[in-house]
Write a protein that binds this ligand. Structure first.
Ligand code: GTP
Ligand code: MG
Length: 316
């Protein structure tokens, strides 16, 4: 948290900027790269299968952080198309009373074409929010697998939310997905079977070898009407950040984030360029297709060509 007085949150300017970034194609994003500010927000990813209670948990975490004087931003990535607004509205509604708080900002994003289940230009969105002096950014992503692996690069702490029906998921979880989680929450502990799932996750966590001083992810049972369980989750997140500060590996994290940022921009842009190439191009030898792609990609860096204007789709 900053001790210096800060300027009020300019919602209109932030909203406009986020809409522009969310709707920009890869080329526009390449033109308007936003560098991460020196003092970034602490970023927490809340991830898990649909309906596990991620938004409900985020509301409680956001309320706790707001009560501590933090400026909190929530970005909810919706896996559906930009035209199905149902889940997007659902996420906002779940935020409940915190939505009216002057230091709280909420934004939904459709994942659209993003190859990894995250939203296009999410890396830029988060950097843009950081320019508005947020202390904490909570990022909700859906699904288990690629989205978790990708969100790992963009946030500092990953909270994986499970629920009593997540048994199959726990069994099917590849070690990789478990390894990217820093805190496990077994939500809906008021329903039968939660304790069993927590025990199973605890077993999987316990199977791993930990070096001295390594973070061992806690497994926390939580439920929406149990405030103490949310305090336990908030405490685990604080403990993780304290551990991270002592570990002093900021450089490695910054580099991993920059690598993801570059990869997602280029990936998105290559998809656009592939779609733009005349279909007969693909009758050519692969080496020639590759040459044409690379030539077009380098032409992007010519600032004299304005980025393409894309259809405006506001998904707030
Ligand atoms: N029984 C029970 N229901 C809960 C709990 N937490 C959330 N729910 C309910 O579960 C449903 C889904 O909650 P959300 O917070 O929207 O879950 P989500 O993971 O954000 O859902 P998506 O964004 O659609 O993936 C809602 O009907 C909540 O009221 C809980 O602790 N216990
Ligand atoms: Mg949600």
């Amino acid at each position: 948290m900053s001790s210096a007085p800060r300027s009020p949150l300019d919602r209109a300017a932030l909203g406009r900027m986020l809409t522009r970034i969310a709707n920009a194609g890869g080329r526009a994003a390449l033109h308007e790269l936003i560098e991460p500010p020196a003092r970034g927000a602490r970023r927490i990813g809340i991830t898990g299968a649909p309906g596990t209670g991620k938004s409900t948990l985020m509301r409680c975490l956001a309320a706790a952080s707001l009560a501590q004087g933090r400026r909190v931003g929530v970005v909810a990535v919706d896996p559906s198309s930009p035209y199905s607004h149902g889940a997007i509205l659902g996420d906002r509604i779940r935020m409940g009373e915190v939505v009216g708080h002057p230091e709280f900002y909420f934004r939904s994003l459709a994942s659209r074409s993003a190859h990894d289940g995250l939203a296009d230009n999410l890396a830029d969105i988060l950097c843009a929010m950081e320019q508005h002096d947020f202390d904490e950014l909570l990022v909700e992503t859906v699904g288990v697998g690629q989205a978790e692996l990708a969100v790992r690069a963009l946030v500092d702490c990953v909270v994986l939310v499970l629920m009593p029906e997540s048994g199959d998921q726990v069994q099917a979880m590849k070690a990789g997905v478990l390894e990217i989680s820093d805190v496990f929450v077994v939500n809906k502990a008021d329903l039968p079977g939660a304790g069993q799932i927590a025990a199973q996750v605890g077993d999987v966590v316990g199977l791993r070898r930990y070096e001295a001083g390594q973070w061992v992810p806690p497994v926390i049972l939580a439920s929406q009407h149990d405030a103490a369980s949310h305090q336990a989750v908030a405490k685990a997140i604080e403990a993780y950040f304290a551990w991270r500060r002592n570990r002093n590996n900021e450089t490695a994290c910054r580099r991993a984030r920059a690598a993801y940022h570059a990869q997602s921009l280029i990936h998105q842009r290559i998809e656009e360029l592939l779609a733009e190439l005349p279909s007969a191009t693909f009758d050519l030898p692969l080496r020639e297709v590759h040459r044409r792609l690379v030539t077009r990609l380098s032409a992007d860096l010519d600032a004299s060509i304005p980025p393409t204007q894309e259809a405006y789709v506001d998904v707030r």
